[in-house]
Design a protein around this ligand. Structure first.
Ligand SMILES: Cc1ncc(COP(=O)(O)O)c(C=O)c1O
Length: 388
């Protein structure tokens, strides 16, 4: 089946008992055992079945299996948030005294987790620009367990060649984990390019309506089994209702992503010709340094973009305070267009120096392009740029 069809039907069937097309929400914390031996067998895993929602839940499983199918992975697991998903992946693969390599440009929350939390657990993290193959190769050590990348990277939209990272990581016996939040499997499939693990903030395009927080991991069966064992003890599970909302949002993923991409391409073109704008960061532009790699590994260029204003930070502030239709808010992937200032908001875990090293200038503004009519969005940006 084509991915659009799998997005709608994949893994889902009318409910056996009632014929309900929309999946039941098993809003329960616990599941009754037939008798004491049955309970004991389930805990020993001698028999398949549900025990307690922190362990597994049918509504949540449906979502996990669906994303695994869409990502061409063997198995999936749902978490309370994208960050909980990433935390669980790392502590499953890496122990105290070992090392991970992360690309230097990632979501600020993930950067905070890597910079502030993992060193306390004895896990060493090296940040490097993984676009540079030699640099990546040189920082991998004997005790390195994982290379972590986001592509396109949040917030600069830097493009990393996934297949090349796989080559380097695997040549050193190290796994590659890709955060695919910005694109979803509709636009990019890292597992098919050789990545071992894919993580998502389901809060974003999967949910698509800005009403839940969630995370998802997909990967090979053996790793996912280890991840599940840890996750049930760490306790970062999500709720059946949230999983249902993501399943509901997913039905329209393909058409939403098409519109996000179409609108973002037009806004990027518009901004790149505006005399108050210095640079536009959008992988669909020919001028983007990662354009050719983006064309190779992505089917479209996504709904996220960034730009620097000639007037720097002050001009950015005026712009963000002047928009009327775009919403000044963090998060992304919603129906509503969201505008924000990474340096003081989503990426405030980076120091000023760290931001500049990554090419994130003080006036850099990020937009998550929504599903509105693009002409209305351009008109809004135009009137706000006129205020500067
Ligand atoms: C690329 C990316 N990964 C992970 C996360 C973390 O996800 P969550 O907010 O669901 O924990 C975010 C959040 O913005 C993100 O943008």
């Amino acid at each position: 089946m084509h991915i659009e069809t799998n997005i709608v039907h994949g893994g889902q069937h009318p409910d056996k008992l009632t014929g309900a097309l929309s999946p039941p929400i098993y809003q329960t914390s616990t599941f009754a055992f037939r008798d004491a031996d049955h309970g004991a067998r389930l805990f020993k895993r001698e028999e398949e079945g549900y025990i307690y929602t922190r362990y597994r839940n049918p509504t949540i499983d449906l979502l996990a299996d669906k994303i695994a199918l869409l990502e061409s992975a063997e198995a999936g697991l749902v978490f309370a948030s994208g960050l909980a998903a990433i935390f669980n992946v790392i502590v499953t693969l890496v122990k105290s005294g070992e090392h991970i390599v992360s690309d230097d440009t990632i979501y600020g929350g993930t950067f905070g987790l890597f910079k502030n939390i993992f060193p306390k657990l004895g896990i060493d993290v090296t940040f490097v620009d993984t676009v540079n193959r030699d640099k990546l190769t040189s920082v991998i050590r004997d005790n390195t367990k994982l290379v972590f990348i986001e592509t396109p990277a949040n917030p600069t939209l830097k493009i990393i060649d996934i297949a090349k990272c796989v080559e380097v990581a695997h040549s050193k016996n190290v796994d590659l984990c890709v955060d695919n939040t910005f694109l979803t499997p509709y636009l990019q499939k890292p597992i098919e390019l050789g990545a071992d693990i894919v993580v998502h903030s389901a809060t974003k395009y999967f949910g698509g309506h800005g009403d839940i927080i969630g995370g998802i991991v997909v990967g090979g069966k053996i790793f996912m089994e280890e991840l599940w064992k840890n996750a049930k003890d760490i306790g970062a599970s999500n709720s059946p209702f949230n999983a249902w909302l993501v399943l509901r949002g997913l039905k329209t993923l393909a058409v939403r992503m098409d519109r996000h991409c179409e609108n973002a391409e037009k806004i990027a073109e518009y901004l790149s010709k505006h005399n108050k704008i210095e640079n536009v960061y959008y992988p669909g532009l020919f001028s983007h340094p990662g354009h050719e790699i983006a064309k190779k590994q992505m089917s479209k260029f996504g709904g996220m973009l960034g730009f620097d204003l000639k007037g720097g930070k002050e001009a950015g502030k005026i712009l963000m305070n002047s928009v009327k239709l775009c919403i000044l808010a963090v998060s992304l992937g919603d129906a509503d267009t969201l505008i924000e200032h990474p340096a003081s908001m989503t990426h405030s875990t980076y120091s000023d120096e760290e931001l500049l090293q990554r090419g994130i200038k003080p006036g850099f503004v990020r937009i998550s392009v929504g599903l509105e009519n693009v002409n209305d969005l351009i008109e809004d940006l135009e009137q706000a740029l006129n205020v500067i």
